[in-house]
Each structure stands twice: as structure tokens, then as C-alpha cells.
Design a protein around this ligand. Structure first.
Ligand SMILES: Cc1cc2nc3c(=O)[nH]c(=O)nc-3n(C[C@H](O)[C@H](O)[C@H](O)COP(=O)(O)O)c2cc1C
Length: 235
């Protein structure tokens, strides 16, 4: 085995180990905090994630103030520990937050927001912007038939989930635990975000919550998955 092959074999093992290490952590050790540098790396993994058309229809809210977190407790059954009689991820995560997804207000083809985005973030010349408007318009109206407010929001939410997946893998590679959470009431979460966080909910809606930290104990269950044969089909 040459040096490069050996390095790749080591990386393959690190990746597989990280995916086996990661589990949906129900309770974190509230005393152990993730360092600023490590959490910045996790956020970078999210920010640099791929998104369809490169539109970045997401925003990451990190909620560290305990009183702010508690606002979600009454209706966040997947994060408040009610299943285990604990403080849950909400009360124990070193870092807790919500990924927001863009609504149709900004993600409808031809929106003012997208015109600015193409110019100011993507630095696209005007003729390419014209092409983008056409291709994305066609993608929404014909290819994927994503036209209603709900369909566009769901499309943004799909991108948000890629972001969170990459954040969790980045964490796992550093020995940091995490939990993705959609066990919460959408309507009430949206209300809290608008009233207590000043989020413009015409433009942003909650997609998924996250917790990062260090496990309080070992997972209650071994990881189980369908077999490779049932999961992957080669042609
Ligand atoms: C999008 C998404 C939402 C989830 N919501 C919750 C949740 O609200 N609360 C929770 O404890 N676990 C939640 N989970 C964790 C899953 O139940 C868990 O990932 C699954 O059972 C597989 O177990 P593992 O992640 O430990 O391998 C969620 C997972 C995903 C991907």
C-alpha cells in the first residue's frame, strides 16, 4: 500500500467511525461545552453546504440564552425530554438552534430578492442572471412543479436538511454529539420566532431544530439499519 492509499484508507475509517459514532442524542452533558472554534467549524460546514441552484434558502439561528430556549419547551415534544422525563436536548445541549427555510416571498423565480442575490452574492453578469431566471422559472413551473407557497417552502426545507446533515457529520468527526429535531409544533414555533425573536415569518419559517454537545450517557439502543442490499441498488 503506498502512502496515498494508506491515507485514504485511514480517512475512510475515520468517516465510517464518525457515522457509527453519531446517534440522535436525547440528553447531553449540560456541564460540557463545545469550544468556540469547534462550533465555528460546524457552522462553516453548514454555510458551505450545497443548495439547489446555489440559492442558499436557509438561515441558522443559534439560541444560547436559556430563557429564549425555554420559550419552545411547551410544544417541542421531540426536544423537551418529555419522552425520557429529563430536561431534553433543549435544556442540556451545549449549542441549540433552529434552521429556518426561505418562503416563496424570496424563493419564487424572478423575486426581487433573487435578483439582488445573483448580483451581490453570486456576482453574476446580467445575461447570466437572465438565464438563471429562465432556468429556475422552468424548474419551478415545469420540471418539479413547485409553485404553491407550501411547495416552495418545502423545497427550501430540503436544502436546510442538507445543511444540518453536514453540520452533524462535521460534529461527529470531532467527537461531538448532535440531534436533529422536528418534534415541535410548527405554528407555535413560527409565532415565537416572530414575537420573541423578531423574525420576519413572511420570509422565514422554521424547518428543523438542532442540538450539539456531548452525550450524558451511552445511547439506549444499538444502531440498526436496513441491509446494504435493501438500501442500495446497482445497475
Ligand atoms: C429530520 C429528523 C427529525 C428528527 N426529529 C427528532 C426529534 O424531534 N427528537 C428526537 O429525539 N429525535 C429526532 N430525530 C432522530 C431520529 O429519530 C433518529 O435519527 C433515528 O431514529 C435514527 O437513529 P440514530 O440517528 O440514532 O442513528 C430526527 C431525525 C431526523 C433526521
Amino acid at each position: 500500500m503506498n502512502a496515498i492509499t494508506q491515507i485514504n484508507a485511514d480517512v475512510q475509517k475515520q468517516i465510517t467511525d464518525a457515522f457509527n459514532f453519531r446517534h440522535a442524542c436525547k440528553l447531553f452533558d449540560a456541564e460540557r461545552k463545545i469550544s468556540d472554534g469547534e462550533f465555528e467549524t460546524i457552522l462553516e460546514a453548514g454555510r458551505l453546504s450545497p443548495t439547489s441552484f446555489g440559492h442558499e434558502p436557509f438561515r441558522i439561528l443559534v439560541i444560547q440564552t436559556p430563557e429564549k430556549r425555554e420559550l419552545f419547551r411547551p410544544f417541542s415534544w421531540g426536544a423537551n425530554g418529555m419522552m425520557s422525563g429529563t430536561d431534553g436536548q433543549l435544556g442540556t445541549a451545549s449549542h441549540f438552534g433552529i434552521i429556518l427555510a426561505s418562503t416563496a416571498e424570496t424563493m419564487k423565480a424572478g423575486s426581487d430578492y433573487l435578483q439582488n442575490f445573483y448580483r451581490e452574492v453570486k456576482y453574476l453578469p446580467e445575461d447570466v442572471i437572465g438565464m438563471f431566471n429562465g432556468a429556475y422559472g422552468n424548474f419551478q413551473s415545469t420540471d418539479h412543479n413547485i409553485t404553491t407557497d407550501r411547495e416552495i417552502l418545502d423545497w427550501s426545507g430540503k436544502q436546510a436538511y442538507i445543511v444540518l446533515a453536514n453540520m452533524m457529520t462535521a460534529g461527529a468527526l470531532m467527537g461531538i454529539d448532535s440531534c436533529p429535531m422536528e418534534g415541535f409544533d410548527m405554528e407555535k414555533t413560527t409565532q415565537v420566532l416572530e414575537q420573541e425573536f423578531g423574525i420576519d415569518t413572511n420570509a422565514w419559517r422554521p424547518a428543523v431544530m438542532f442540538g450539539f454537545g456531548y452525550r450524558a450517557g451511552e445511547p439506549a439502543f444499538d444502531k440498526t439499519r436496513r441491509s446494504v442490499e435493501d438500501t442500495v441498488t446497482w445497475f
